[in-house]
Design a protein around this ligand. Structure first.
Ligand code: AMP
Ligand code: ZN
Length: 479
């Protein structure tokens, strides 16, 4: 197996990945701010993290992975107030929607999914540690971090900190990214806003402190990997480093990995341009979760991803091609024996797949290894040159492939229905179904397996299960 190499934003180099504790990876992911549905740009980053996690697992590492849900921030407070509900009540709907979105995209659950509002006490304790070391100062009931006291500030993003004005401070969670400013660790309550009564006074946490406090609580003071979208590197991650390292005197995270942004048809996604998509929007247009996952995963994470509907369509056909190949392996009749050449070809694909993903998670290379093998084996199968003894190796390859890419299971419609998105139309009377079943039988008789597979899939989408009997007949039933 190849050495795993990952690009570390800290230092800007691609380095060999070696976790601090052998065999175990402790990873933190900045999760969504649950003030609205997450969009496909967010999911570009979350799918990247999932591919990373799944690949590390495939390589035998035990994962300890934490993702937070930011369920208190300026926008949440404003929206909850406008809706006349508490912040917990306001965010619950978006938390549940986020979980469903992750599930439908086959994003594995991290070991800990945690909410900021369940960890106020941990944040208060961390702020107290910073107070004791004089990294903070007070101003009108709020508590600020004194950047000038942390000379390493800027080391991740290489932001120029020369322009910091002493004491220039910023109170809102999201602010302009041009200059470093002292940021709020704790914010004094504003009239009508939600606040907590704590040892450091009444108020609520700033955005950055939650990630430092929660990451260290679950993963220890030094983590292996910290991930997020590229926009988080400054100021959010720079501030996380300043808070954590000032408190502990230790390196906070050893590898920082950032995903480049997703653009839509070459433009930044925005509600005003009408190119802003949530998963719901795409499923309502009839696109499948597996196609979206494939499209998001196919571009290596450090490249901008230009999302287009053409690309999504192509992703859907790529997934189809893989599934057809898996079906052919499962259902085909192969002559007895084994082909040394084919066994070697499969081993080479497996090696290339591993080398691609080990190369800073080069998903395009991993996919190319799979599609080249699919092409070669399809050609060989057409010539009856794939033997029974070759099949297990090919299936193992596909199994490993899918432990990372997770697109082979033909369950899009089912998942959409189960998670309440509303799936494809399942209607169709018995006569329609009988007609399709007969067409499939005819296709099988003339050995047109592509056509018979296509019809079987269409029936599956309608919730029809086929049971082939030994004598060549077929029975069908509704799920
Ligand atoms: P937020 O909910 O805004 O905190 O974002 C959640 C995650 O999505 C963060 O890691 C962001 O960096 C990431 N993100 C936001 N917009 C995009 C985008 N257009 N493309 C890729 N990742 C994004
Ligand atoms: Zn964070």
């Amino acid at each position: 197996m190849a050495e795993i190499r990952l690009h570390n934003t800290m230092g800007g180099e691609t380095e060999a990945f070696v976790p601090l504790r052998a065999g175990e990876v402790r990873m933190y992911t900045c999760g969504p701010t649950v003030y609205d549905y997450a969009h496909i740009g967010n999911f570009r980053t979350f799918v990247f993290q999932d591919i990373l996690r799944r690949f590390l697992k495939l390589r035998g590492f035990k994962m300890l992975h934490v993702m937070n849900l930011t369920d208190v921030d300026d926008r949440i407070i404003a929206n909850a107030a406008a809706a006349g509900v508490g912040i917990r009540e306001y965010t619950e709907k978006f938390v549940q929607a986020f979980f469903a979105d992750c599930k439908v995209l086959s994003i594995e659950s991290p070991e800990h999914w945690i909410r900021a509002t369940d960890h106020i006490e941990d944040m208060v304790k961390l702020i107290e540690r910073l107070q004791k070391k004089s990294f903070t100062y007070d101003g009108e009931g709020s508590i600020y971090y004194r950047i000038a006291k942390f000379p390493a500030y800027g080391k991740l993003s290489q932001i120029d900190v020369a322009g910091i004005q002493a004491g220039a401070r910023v109170d809102n969670d999201r602010y302009e990214k041009e200059s470093a400013r002292d940021f709020a660790l704790w914010k004094a309550p504003k009239p009508g806003e939600h606040f907590w009564e704590t040892e450091i006074g009444a108020g609520r946490p700033g955005w950055h402190i939650e990630c430092s406090a929660m990451a260290m609580k679950y993963l220890g003071e030094t983590l292996d990997i910290h991930t997020g979208g590229i926009d988080l590197s400054f100021p959010h991650h720079e501030n996380e480093i300043a808070q954590s390292e000032a408190a502990t005197g230790k390196t906070f995270a050893r590898y920082w990995m950032h995903a480049e942004h997703l653009l839509v048809e070459g433009e930044k996604m925005s509600k005003s341009l009408g190119n802003f998509y949530t998963l719901r929007d795409l499923f309502a247009k009839g696109y499948k979760p597996s196609a979206l996952r494939f499209a998001l995963a196919s571009v290596p994470y450090r490249k901008q991803l230009n999302f287009t509907f053409d690309g999504l369509q192509q992703a859907a056909s790529s997934v189809e091609r893989l599934r057809n190949f898996a079906d052919r392996l499962a259902m085909g009749k192969f002559p007895a024996g084994v082909s040394k050449e084919m066994v070697g070809r499969i081993a080479q694909a497996a090696e290339e797949f591993d080398a691609g993903l080990s190369d800073d998670l080069n998903t395009a290379r991993g996919l190319a290894a799979a599609f080249d093998l699919v092409r070669d084996m399809n050609i060989a199968m057409d010539k009856n040159a794939v033997f029974q003894g070759d099949v297990a190796g090919a299936r193992e390859f596909l199994g490993n492939f899918d432990r990372v890419f997770a697109v082979l299971e033909d369950n899009d419609g089912e998942m959409l229905r189960a998670l309440g998105y509303g799936g494809p139309d399942t209607s169709g009377d018995d006569a329609d179904i009988e007609k399709l079943v007969a067409e499939r039988q005819a296709a099988r008789q003339r050995r047109d397996f592509a056509a018979s597979d296509r019809i079987r899939k269409e029936l599956a989408e309608r919730g029809i299960i086929l049971e082939d009997s030994k004598d060549g007949g077929v029975r069908w039933k509704r799920k």
